[in-house]
Write a new protein. Structure first.
Length: 191
């Protein structure tokens, strides 16, 4: 759990409820001790400032080799292309993402989305959006896990062992998204 900025505590609680052992990462070298990383919501530009160049590089290496899950600002950090304004991304997910894409009116909202996978599709997924970004392009290696709205905007995606949501699953009671990430971590440990 990256704990240098943003709303990491709700993620910590959720992951612990699901039986995971959580380490609050505040120093780059702690990344060597963990099997997977959650990058929480917050302000992606502030994350970049706090990380600095060395922290950014270390995080990039991590996301390349181990399961990583970004929510909202975390999703922005993981992207290969960031707009509004343009900003550096770790390039762990081949997506173009637009910051604060819903405008002032829709700053925050709770909406209902759907999983793509048939097994999970019948029950809707509550999604809390807070100054959310929008995924505008997904690369060929990126799988859409869940969509929202009549245009079926991708709001949860995965590429290999890297996952991202533009909403905040840690603020809803539904545990399916975190469970999907913990599955990636467990599988990563086995291989
Ligand atoms: N608007 C923030 C950003 O651009 C993300 C908001 C969030 O993480 N809830 O980084």
């Amino acid at each position: 759990m990256l704990a240098i900025q943003g709303d990491f505590d709700a993620h910590r609680k959720r992951l612990e409820e699901l039986g995971a052992e959580v380490v609050l990462v505040k120093k780059p070298e702690q990344l060597d001790e963990i099997d997977g990383l959650v990058i929480p919501g917050g302000e992606s530009s502030t994350f970049l400032k706090v990380l600095g160049e060395a922290g950014f590089e270390k995080l990039k290496q991590f996301a390349r080799s181990k399961p990583t899950f970004g929510t909202c600002a975390g999703a922005i950090l993981l992207a290969s292309e960031v707009e509004n304004p343009k900003q550096a991304g770790l390039g762990a997910l081949d997506i173009r993402i637009r910051r604060n894409a819903y405008g002032r009116q829709l700053d925050s909202s709770i909406r209902e989305g759907r999983f793509v996978q048939e097994k999970l599709r019948e029950s809707p997924l509550e999604m809390v959006f807070i100054r959310a970004p929008k995924i505008e392009r997904i690369g060929p290696g990126v799988e859409v896990i869940a969509t929202e709205g009549k245009d079926k905007d991708p709001v949860a995606v995965r590429q290999g062992r890297v996952m991202a949501t533009t909403f905040h699953p840690e603020l809803s009671a539904d545990t399916r998204i975190h469970r999907a990430f913990l599955d990636l971590v467990r599988n990563g440990r086995r291989s």
